[in-house]
Design a protein around this ligand. Structure first.
Ligand code: NCD
Length: 326
């Protein structure tokens, strides 16, 4: 026998059947409170593991394909880092699918069917709502939705919720204000849906043209949540426990004059922060484009960089979970 191919001496890596083993992650609607708690427990283990050891060989036999049809810094690099810290490897198609066969006219379904020949999991960002679902239909390996246009961004919502719990020690009972582009901001859509499972008050702060989509607002109302909409941060800042700020999503506007009208609508300054509770947290999925000046960064309540770091731990937990190693 060829000693290089002695299977008896190769490490065996059993699959652990957990609640997400083999699953796609397409929408936050897949996560009930038990699954959220399960992911958060795994996330804390991942954080401890990174703090103790940096990397850990849990997914040494696994390959992830990371294909992004829209720009990304945090989501792509935190997924890649997550995979690498777990000993796995990545096929990164993140610097413009113009270099891939997509530019030759390949369908999303075909691209997925090819990538699954090489990879055990596919991380996908795409500008069309529903694209992740379409990809999951085509591929038999798990698809992780890293943003489908203005639709959903479930892994971001999980890291946002993890951050709220980590910063404030609870979710139930909190007053959460979301500010900015509530119409196109997919992180707002996913986080709002996730929060409907908790006993929270929601305040939606936006200019008229960027209000939360009606169907989502109806779900919030149907869930019996204490909710109000306003144009003004001043209306919410004194009582908020969480101020979740977002950028106006320029790329989703068909009329750029409209974008110009609302792009500088909100600025959370040091003066705004003076009106807020001492234990409030300011979050932002990032990138920011002027909504929060750098001067706020030194405020201990500014949690957005800690939030970005949590993204890596949450994605480690999700990768391990769908690949049957958690
Ligand atoms: C967000 C996104 O891509 O939806 N960014 C991110 O993933 N952290 C928010 C945004 O682009 O404004």
């Amino acid at each position: 026998m060829n000693p290089l191919f002695n299977f008896d001496t190769m490490p065996t890596r059993p699959v652990v059947q957990g609640p997400l083993t083999g699953s796609d992650v397409l929408s936050v609607s897949q996560f009930d409170r038990d699954k959220i708690e399960y992911i958060f427990a795994r996330t804390r283990e991942m954080r401890e593991m990174v703090e103790q050891a940096g990397t850990f060989d849990l997914l040494g036999d696994k390959v992830a394909a990371c294909i992004f049809y829209e720009p990304s810094t945090r989501t792509s690099s935190s997924f890649i880092s997550a995979m690498q810290r777990l000993g796995g490897t990545v096929i990164p198609i993140t610097s413009g699918v113009s270099f891939s066969s997509v530019s030759k006219g390949e369908t999303l379904g075909d691209t997925m069917r090819v990538l699954e020949q090489y990879a055990d999991v596919i991380i996908l960002r795409h500008p069309q709502v529903g694209s992740a679902k379409e990809a999951a239909h085509a591929a038999s390996v798990p698809i992780l939705n890293a943003g489908d246009g203005p639709g959903e961004h479930p892994t971001q919502a999980l890291l946002d919720l993890f951050t709220i719990r980590d910063e404030l020690g609870q979710i139930d009972g909190l007053k959460i204000a979301m500010v900015g582009d509530l119409r196109f901001g997919r992180t707002v859509h996913s986080l709002t849906k996730l929060l409907l499972q908790y006993d929270v008050s929601l305040r939606f702060v936006s200019p008229e043209i960027l209000r939360l989509p009606l169907n989502l607002m109806n779900s919030v109302i149907d869930a019996g949540v204490d909710v109000r909409e306003t144009h003004s941060v001043d209306d919410v800042i004194k009582n908020a426990d969480v101020l979740y700020v977002t950028r106006v999503q320029k790329e989703r506007f068909t009329d750029l004059d409209q974008y110009e009208e609302v792009k500088n609508y909100y600025k959370i300054t040091a003066e705004t922060m003076e009106m807020a509770k001492e234990k409030m947290v300011v979050m932002h999925p990032l990138p920011r484009v002027g909504e929060i000046p750098d001067a706020v960064d030194s405020d201990p309540r500014a949690a957005y960089f800690r939030q970005a770091k949590n993204g890596m731990f949450v994605r480690m937990a999700l990768l391990a979970a769908v690949l049957g190693r958690a």
